[in-house]
Design a protein around this ligand. Structure first.
Ligand code: 0O2
Length: 223
């Protein structure tokens, strides 16, 4: 059924995917600009890395089935929020909220939904800040608003999530082992949250110390 749909809608599907790619470029540029500005102003880069992807047709099919979405282009666009995905990885948790605020302040960005899995981690220990935003793309004769899912994470959160993803999709692992792995992952999630907090504290204390002794810092740097 989906195959028929794809064959009958090759051109519009290609166009839709291309528009999502453009929306990703817009949002990625916004984060790169913010990173550049922080680098100039405060001599630090809040962003460690950025990964982007347009959801595969396979991934879209799975979601259409799982959520019982009608097989039309407009229903797909309306109901699937993560066709365009961008993942922004930071070193420190505070930078996640700083970047999210900076993005949401921009007057061409509209927040559709926010899920804070950092303040409220998922049952398995998953942490990240998810934003669904609408961003305009400018075409030859029209302006279109496209939805993009932004996932903001620390390096530690990203490390954990990629391992958990592997465990989740690994076939042929006995049920009792899967359970033990889930338990182990849950403990690691706690350890990684503690690590994030402690690294954040170190950075804050360092910044405070620099503020209190700015001259000494300058002198050391000259040497
Ligand atoms: P993939 O392969 O990354 O694309 P929704 O889309 O809002 O209807 P949901 O599940 O409510 O569905 O969205 P949610 O919770 O905001 O999370 C969607 C995405 O977040 C997932 O995409 C993952 O990328 C990531 N994610 C959420 N929970 C977990 C988790 O427990 N572990 C890991 N490793 N990643 C998670 P997809 O489409 O599931 O997968």
């Amino acid at each position: 059924e989906f195959l028929d749909f794809v064959q009958e809608n090759t051109k519009p599907l290609d166009t839709m995917m291309a528009y999502y790619k453009c929306a990703i470029m817009e949002v990625e540029t916004k984060f790169k600009v913010l990173n550049e500005q922080f680098s100039l102003e405060y001599d630090r880069n809040p962003i460690e890395s950025i990964k982007t992807r347009v959801k595969s047709l396979d991934g879209i099919v799975r979601k259409v089935r799982r959520k019982n979405i009608p097989l039309t282009l407009s229903a797909i666009e309306q109901n699937i929020n993560d066709i365009a995905g961008i993942r922004v990885v930071c070193s420190f948790p505070e930078d996640i909220y700083l970047l999210a605020d900076c993005l949401l302040q921009q007057d061409d960005i509209r927040l559709i939904e926010q899920k804070d899995y950092i303040k409220h981690p998922k049952e398995n220990g998953y942490r990240s800040l998810h934003l669904i935003v609408a961003v305009p793309i400018f075409l030859q004769n029209e302006k279109r608003e496209m939805k993009v899912e932004v996932q903001l994470r620390t390096i530690a959160m990203d490390f954990w999530a990629s391992l958990e993803h592997k465990v989740r999709y690994k076939k042929n692992v006995p049920a009792d082992e899967t359970e033990r792995l889930a338990q182990e992952l849950s403990e690691c999630a706690q350890i990684s949250a503690d690590l994030d907090q402690r690294m954040q504290n170190i950075r804050t204390r360092l910044a405070d110390a620099e503020l209190q002794h700015p001259q000494k810092q300058k002198k050391d740097e000259q040497i």
